[in-house]
Design a protein around this ligand. Structure first.
Ligand SMILES: [Zn+2]
Ligand SMILES: [Zn+2]
Length: 181
């Protein structure tokens, strides 16, 4: 996101023409389209799989300084529980809101611009997904994770333990001290 003389990548399905809005403040255009998800949409631990379907429901509205995009992107995500490493998947609707300035406007480095009478909403989609998907995904808020001794998934047996190695009296003491085992 740098200079204003870049060109819109017309091959990207996430680039939409805004020519018909004619820079008339108040002019509006609605877009409803299903598109394949771009690569790396999310983080290492949770993401929208590449090429999975994203349902975009956007409103493009000409405002004084540019084009305001609001709407939603619905799609599925896949990831891994940060505690037990089990796969996680689900559906999510991401909220998008982004202003694209007309060229000639004083802009900051990371401002979005209307380029060649088109806007590229992929960055806005990326921001929305990263913002809304959990930083530390969990299969369940109460997930007990893995046994620290053997790596057994404690979701499969909450009573999992390693026998009576410890003297039960010590176990009792540990209990009083508020520690596990
Ligand atoms: Zn888990
Ligand atoms: Zn164990």
């Amino acid at each position: 996101m740098t200079s204003s003389n870049r060109h819109a990548d017309r091959r990207s399905p996430y680039v939409f023409d805004v020519l018909e809005l004619g820079r008339r403040a108040g002019a509006m255009k609605e877009i409803q389209v299903s598109l394949p998800a771009p690569a790396d949409l999310g983080s290492d631990v949770i993401a929208v799989p590449q090429d999975s379907e994203i349902d975009l429901n956007l409103r493009l509205e000409a405002v004084v300084d540019g084009v305001l995009v609001t709407g939603t992107a619905a799609g599925s995500y896949r990831g891994q529980c940060a505690r037990c490493l089990d796969p996680i998947e689900g559906e999510e609707t991401f909220d998008l809101q982004e202003l694209y300035f007309y060229p000639g406007h004083e802009v900051d480095e990371d401002d979005n611009l209307v380029v060649d009478e088109a806007i590229d909403v992929e960055g806005a989609l990326r921001d929305a997904v990263v913002l809304e998907l959990p930083f530390t995904p969990l299969c369940d808020p109460e997930c007990p994770g893995l046994c620290q001794e053997c790596g057994f998934n404690l979701n499969e047996d909450p009573d999992h333990g390693h026998g009576d190695k410890a003297d039960p009296r010590w176990g009792k003491l540990a209990g009083l001290l508020g520690t596990d085992n």
